[in-house]
Design a protein around this ligand. Structure first.
Ligand SMILES: Nc1ncnc2c1ncn2[C@@H]1O[C@H](COP(=O)(O)OP(=O)(O)OP(=O)(O)O)[C@@H](O)[C@H]1O
Ligand SMILES: [Mg+2]
Length: 239
């Protein structure tokens, strides 16, 4: 569904991503792991059109979208759930859903979203700043679902959440994938995403340090951990 080839991207002419190849298929969860500053957000933003691509290619269902502006990528079916949730403190849940739905009606109506996320249904008239972190994350995902994505990019959805709540959010990601979406989810923590991942890409300083399928990663989690840990340098190599 979504495929990148040798993707390079960065800020102000500098390069942060040095040639990323990544495939996100329908009915699957692709987990992108990496420590702080590895380039996870930059990657999702490059896919969504928020960070310009220096070179390389992004294809959505076989169509080149590398140079499409953000709104046209959204229309083509790339939905981003940003890191930090970015809900509007003073708007209620219902208002968030209404605004997102009015912008462009899709197969996802507010009623369908509430059906999927009954917890939000119970909170419809609460302001977003009165919601728990988990509820805010569900709202951020709901808002993006209303744009009708085929590919859902979810940036660090479990940040700051208690383990049980984080598990609920990831279960939602897995369910959306099982229903046919291509889901890309980032996290610095392998233990959280390993159980739901069909593919794993580990980033380190803007490069891929490991790419494995989920089953292999679950069999040998040490391979994922090794890719997340920078190699030890000998005293002679230290500056
Ligand atoms: N707006 C920006 N302008 C310039 N450099 C940036 C910008 N945003 C990020 N960077 C740099 O790009 C690199 C990758 O950052 P990015 O935010 O993509 O990492 P990340 O893996 O998402 O980290 P985190 O786990 O902290 O969210 C870092 O070196 C960062 O300093
Ligand atoms: Mg980030």
């Amino acid at each position: 569904m979504l495929e990148t080839r040798s993707l390079r991207a960065g800020y102000h002419g500098g390069t942060v991503l040095h040639g990323i190849d990544l495939t996100a298929g329908q009915f699957s969860v692709h987990a992108v792991l990496g420590p702080n500053g590895a380039g996870k957000t930059t990657l999702l933003h490059a896919l969504a059109g928020l960070v310009p691509v220096g070179s390389g290619r992004i294809e959505l269902a076989g169509t080149d979208v590398t140079r499409l502006p953000t709104h046209r990528r959204a229309r083509a079916g790339i939905g981003l759930v940003p890191q930090g949730r970015r809900v509007f403190a003073s708007l209620t849940v219902a208002e968030h859903l209404k605004v997102a739905h009015r912008r462009r009606p899709t197969a996802w109506s507010p009623a369908r979203v509430v059906d999927l996320l009954p917890r939000l249904g119970e909170r419809l008239h609460h302001r977003a700043d009165r919601l728990s972190g988990g509820e805010q994350q569900m709202l951020a995902i709901a808002r993006t679902l209303l744009t009708g994505p085929r590919v859902l990019l979810i940036d660090e959805p479990t940040e700051g959440l208690a383990p049980a709540v984080a598990a609920d959010v990831l279960a939602l990601a897995a369910q959306l994938a099982a229903d046919g979406m291509a889901v890309v989810v980032t996290s610095p923590r392998p233990a959280q995403v390993l159980p739901i991942a069909d593919r794993i890409t580990v980033l380190g300083a803007g490069r891929i340090t490991a790419a494995l399928d989920g089953a292999a990663a679950r069999r040998e989690p040490a391979r994922v951990l090794a890719a997340l840990t920078p190699p030890r340098r000998t005293p002679q190599e230290l500056p």
